[in-house]
Design a protein around this ligand. Structure first.
Ligand SMILES: [Zn+2]
Length: 459
């Protein structure tokens, strides 16, 4: 790495001096119990948080900060700031609602109080996604403010108010008010580095095809002693069907779906994966690809539930009708609708003994792959490199972020980048969520460097 430019050094220093303020912000933010579910928490908590954002981002230099009600009834917080003439436009995204604390007893510190322990800051939302709010504020303050140089790009800001509930309000707002989102580069800040201190952009998200398969063989349950043997057992048929979804090596094997994709971004060491997911000693990982291949580049099937008698309460009966809920994660490169059809055909074709089978499609979603060949992506790679002193890597995410698909469909020319402060040590969504303040500092610097670097790259 070449020596740091005076501009970069100055921004680095500025961001560092802003960190105590970031901690104050995060302390206030975490204390607001903004779980966007009125059955669990008073809606005033979300309203207070939205008001905080309006105030804080106005102070940081954005204009026209306001709440916009989305079709699901929650409030997004939006605003903008003009940059110099001819400068590109960057959308900064985050969300201000949080997951409920879940098991209160499992928290070692109060969930809605920012508590420092061993250098990390604990509290619900400290990373997901209030840590990213603190990051945005710090980056904007570093660039703007009375003594700053002003924003080098046009900025649009959107903070979603009900991301964790999956109610899709913001996705529905995109076609209704596209001007709030339209930008050359969209920073979706609700992910994080592959590991602490390793600058990462998430460039791939899996899509989803879910079905419920119902198998019927008899008019009603029959005694397994009197009739077991020749009587076709619906549960036995279902077990066969479900087993056909994986091959000998455990690879997902849905007929007609390619299962040989490979991942060319960051490597996910098998030992680390074993530890991360808590695989028991002696139990092997499944599939013939690398962990990253299996996780981000290949289809993966999971049986989510089976309706059949539970052990307690079961009797000597042959089942007449059973069902299972099957989930298929679909990697980029495979159309989710095509995957759904393939899964349905596979389940029907694998049904033995002429059993009656019905497959009902549930929710689904397309996979997402970020464009990585544009100026914003190059500017981001350079900014992350400067901020961390390390080359940026690409990572995937097994889950989906439907908003990314909606934005990519609506703004096909835009570059969408997924970054943030949520590295694996944050334990987002779990008890004892925390953030490493060094990630907020580095990522805020990277964001500020990106905004400047992108502006000069495009001009
Ligand atoms: Zn989040």
């Amino acid at each position: 790495m070449t020596a740091e430019s005076p501009e970069t050094a100055a921004l680095r220093k500025k961001v560092r001096t802003l960190m105590p303020r970031a901690k104050e912000d995060l302390t206030e933010l975490v204390a607001m119990r903004s779980v966007a579910d009125p059955r669990q928490f008073p809606p005033e908590e979300c309203a207070k948080t939205a008001d905080f954002l309006v105030r804080a981002f106005t102070e940081a230099g954005l204009r026209d900060m306001r709440r916009v009600t989305t079709p699901d009834g929650s409030d997004a917080v939006v605003g903008h700031a003009p940059g110099p003439d001819g400068a590109p436009t960057v959308l900064l995204y985050c969300h201000y609602d949080v997951q409920p604390p879940l098991d209160d007893a499992a928290w070692r510190t109060p969930p809605f109080e920012l508590s420092e322990r061993d250098g990390r800051w604990y509290g619900r939302g400290s990373a997901d996604c209030k840590g990213n709010i603190a990051m945005h504020l710090t980056a904007l303050r570093a660039l703007g403010g009375p003594e700053g140089r002003g924003f080098p790009v046009n900025i649009k800001f959107v903070a979603e108010g009900s991301e964790e509930q999956g109610t899709g309000g913001l996705e529905q707002l995109v076609p209704l008010q596209p001007e709030l989102f339209d930008a050359d580069a969209l920073l979706i800040c609700d992910t994080g580095n592959f590991s602490l201190g390793l600058p990462t952009t998430t460039t791939s998200l899996r899509g989803l095809a879910n079905v419920v398969v119902t198998v019927s063989t008899l008019k009603g349950e029959m005694h397994s002693g009197m009739f077991g043997g020749p009587a076709p057992d619906a549960l036995a048929a279902l077990v066969r069907i479900l087993d056909s979804l994986r091959d000998e090596d455990g690879n997902t094997a849905v007929k007609g779906l390619p299962g040989d994709g490979s991942w060319d971004g960051v490597d996910y060491p098998a030992e680390q994966f074993r530890t991360d997911v808590g695989v028991l000693d002696g139990v092997s990982l499944v599939g013939t690809g690398s962990v990253a291949d299996e996780l981000w580049a290949r289809p993966a099937v999971t049986v989510l539930g089976i309706d059949c008698p539970p052990v307690v309460g079961s009797s000597a009966a042959i089942q007449s009708k059973v069902r299972a809920r099957v989930s298929l994660r679909v990697p980029p490169g495979i159309d989710a609708d095509k995957a759904l059809r393939a899964l349905t055909d596979h389940l029907v074709a694998s049904t033995p003994w002429g059993a009656r089978v019905e497959v009902e499609a549930e929710s689904g979603g397309q996979p997402f792959r970020a464009r990585t060949d544009g100026p914003a992506y190059r500017a981001l790679a350079s900014a992350l490199h400067q901020a961390y002193g390390k080359e940026m890597v690409q990572s995937g995410q097994g889950g989906s972020i439907p908003l990314c698909n909606v934005l990519a469909d609506r703004f096909p020319e835009a570059e969408i980048a997924l970054i943030g402060v949520e590295e694996p040590g944050c334990l987002i969504h779990a008890p004892n969520e925390s953030v490493d303040p060094s990630e907020i500092e580095h990522m805020a610097l990277a964001e500020a460097l990106f905004l400047s670097g992108y502006a000069s790259a495009v001009r």
